[in-house]
Design a protein around this ligand. Sequence first.
Ligand code: FAD
Length: 398
Amino acid sequence: MDFSFTTKEEKFRLELRAWLEENLPEGWLEGTSNVSKDEGEYAVFLRNWQRKLYEGGWAAIAWPKKYGGREATLMEEIVYQQEMVRVKAPALVNYVGIHMVGPTLMQIGTDEQKSKYIQKIITGEEVWCQGYSEPNAGSDLSAIQTSAVKDGDRWIINGQKVWTSFGHLADRCFLLARTNRFDKKHKGITVFLLDMNQPGVETRPIIQMDGQHDFNEVYLNDAIAYDAEIVGEVDEGWKVTIALLMHERTGIGAQVFTLEQQFKELVALAKELKEDDMPLMDNPLVRHTMVDLYTRTRGSLLNYYRNLTKTLKNGHPGAEGSMDKLMVSELTKELLSQSISLQGHKGVLWKEDAISSNSYWQDNYLYSFGQTIGGGTSEIQKNTIGERILGLPKDMGR
Ligand SMILES: Cc1cc2nc3c(=O)[nH]c(=O)nc-3n(C[C@H](O)[C@H](O)[C@H](O)COP(=O)(O)OP(=O)(O)OC[C@H]3O[C@@H](n4cnc5c(N)ncnc54)[C@H](O)[C@@H]3O)c2cc1C
């Protein structure tokens, strides 16, 4: 296995670097940009940023050229991830649209759906959310209860979704609803491309323990969807559901580059903080922990590359993505916990009180717990690894 980048890939990196330097908001790299923290204004800022990415050809690099992408190779996608992480680029507001809904519609959508939605996804004109989880259906997604009942060429939808990321910003939702009840729970589910801007849809915020508002509850009270907004066949939405999840899990593994970056920043923190005039990095116990974290961070990266190589050979991602998701999310939490310990009693200070002006480590540590849950919990990843990679007996609970 050769993981070094070719001259062409390095040229691609330089092109992206130059574009970022030119186009990132003023003061972004220096940490002095004055982006508004007001939720409404921040949403506008994120939409504008995606528009800019689109105009520069950097919004959805893996997409086919006919949809505005660059048909980037997997290696170019790696370079892209590394560079975006390096500059801590603003979040991609239409992450769900670009990485999940768009590719799924290209694979399974009708021609009408492709022409109606895909262009607006890449430009950021229409932001999407994923309406899968419900109060009693998360790991066991097939237990969803939200119902859709046919009424002429329309469907009347009632129920509740939860943990809907970007739901408060979204114009459309990739929504699962039950259209029939069969003995097998996986049957009788249909996928709708729901318009969020209608009276039957109510979005309520959920504030996370890091104080941020990323996800929501979504209440559906006689919400309306039309036949033309169904993806795949009525009652056969489970295949579509899984197709979208495969795209989600492939993307999550790429968080390994954020992990790698955070490890470098942790080393810098350990060199900066002192105890009795001695940098913490010189403390043997700290050094020991750092070596351990380095070894496992490096292991996660190499494992990610190994799984990518397999994807390149097979043409599609496999169950190994669960290993990436499990290792990276758990290790990220551990690394960030170490960053808090290094700060001693100041580690528990937050926001304005924190030792660094922006409580970077505290915010990331609090956020890291959700990463071990979203996209499938660590226990579910272990089940997948056990069953599909190690060939162990099936989980009795499912
Ligand atoms: C940051 C974040 C973003 C999210 N974004 C979205 C989104 O945009 N759209 C969306 O639809 N959902 C979203 N979710 C929801 C997420 O998909 C669910 O939280 C997740 O699937 C777990 O479901 P649950 O919360 O219902 O927990 P449960 O499934 O009830 O699990 C509770 C506990 O039981 C364990 N458990 C459950 N089943 C088993 C089993 N068979 N074997 C062993 N242990 C088991 C779990 O690991 C967990 O520890 C998001 C969640 C987070 C944290």
